[in-house]
Design a protein around this ligand. Structure first.
Ligand code: FES
Length: 318
């Protein structure tokens, strides 16, 4: 596993909408690595006797070093990581995290950026707005939530030097975001979206329909309802010299684990990319939200926590 950092909770605030805001600093006040706008980190959290790793985007100003700011939605429908974290991340609590990584980078050369955050998806979007403001780049930020009473970060937004660039949209008061207000497709325009899957797909489909190029629509999924089931298939782990059958209800990761072959996982739902393996033969059935459409079409790598096979047999490089 890559570099891990020991941190402690310097500030904890329970905000509206079941969102816990945390400020993490180095355990011994040791400096923390810098991060880029759009980056996330993984937090280790113990749940039911196992260690889970959950991903959370950094929402602070990337130019301010020394602390990581996070927003964590308590999701009762999740597999338990966020609920456990709401309990254990008390003031002064010590946590283990990964170094920040960025799968949602900002194109800092764009003439105009449209930043769209749905609910807790506002977190990486806020860091992007800080960065664009520092660069003096033109941008607009739209923060979409179900209702104002469930909207977190309002106190922070009101104090930001770029608050004029922010528009709030709520489902229950007729202020929903209007897709027709997206700027016209142009080489200098970039669109960034993060939030619940339905919200993201609505924005992405709308932007595509208006003619925005696929590589101008940037996205980050927090979690995904991914169907990991399907017909059985064989996986040969070539370097290990082992072949396993992946059952209809089983993942490749689980089938390999039966034979003692361990694949590192984090999100286990196709959004973080930790479990990617190279494909040597066969055709994957990509179910993840991590690889781009072009990468999926190449079929040279796949996520093994959720994706399956279109061919009867896959050969993987492990
Ligand atoms: S563990 Fe995150 S994509 Fe597979």
């Amino acid at each position: 596993m890559e570099n891990l950092l020991e941190v402690k909770v310097a500030e904890r605030l329970e905000d509206r909408g079941n969102i816990l805001r945390l400020k993490l600093v180095g355990k011994e006040d040791t400096p923390l690595p810098p991060f880029e706008a759009g980056a996330h980190l993984d937090i280790q959290v113990a749940h039911n006797g196992t260690d889970l790793w959950r991903q959370y985007s950094l929402c602070g100003d990337p130019s301010e070093h020394g602390a990581y700011q996070l927003g964590i939605l308590k999701d009762q429908n999740s597999r338990g990581g966020s609920v456990a974290l709401h309990e254990v991340a008390q003031q002064g609590a010590e946590l283990r995290i990964s170094s920040p990584r960025n799968h949602f980078p900002l194109d800092e050369t764009a003439n105009h950026s449209v930043l769209l955050g749905g609910g807790i998806g506002i977190t990486p979007i806020l860091a992007m707005a800080h960065r664009l403001h520092h660069l003096g780049r033109r941008f607009e930020l739209h923060y979409c939530t179900r209702s104002k009473g469930l909207t977190a970060f309002l106190d922070i937004l009101a104090d930001l030097p770029f608050r004029e660039a922010i528009t709030l949209h709520h489902d229950d008061d007729g202020t929903q975001y209007d897709l027709t207000t997206l700027p016209k497709p142009d080489d200098g325009v970039r669109i960034y979206v993060c939030g619940p899957t339905g919200f993201m797909e609505w924005i992405i489909e709308g932007a595509r329909a208006q003619g925005h190029a696929e590589d101008h629509i940037h996205r980050e999924y927090f979690n995904a309802d991914v169907d990991v089931t399907g017909d059985s298939f064989e996986v040969e782990a070539r370097a290990s010299g082992v072949t396993v059958t992946v059952g209809p209800e089983e993942t490749i990761v689980a089938a390999l684990a039966r034979e003692g072959i361990e694949v590192e996982v984090r999100c286990e739902e196709g959004v973080c990319g930790t479990c990617i393996l190279d494909v040597l033969e066969g055709t994957p059935d990509h179910r993840d939200h991590f690889l781009t459409d072009d990468e999926k079409a190449e079929n040279t790598e796949m996520t093994t926590c959720c994706s399956r096979a279109k061919s009867a047999r896959l050969v993987l490089d492990i």
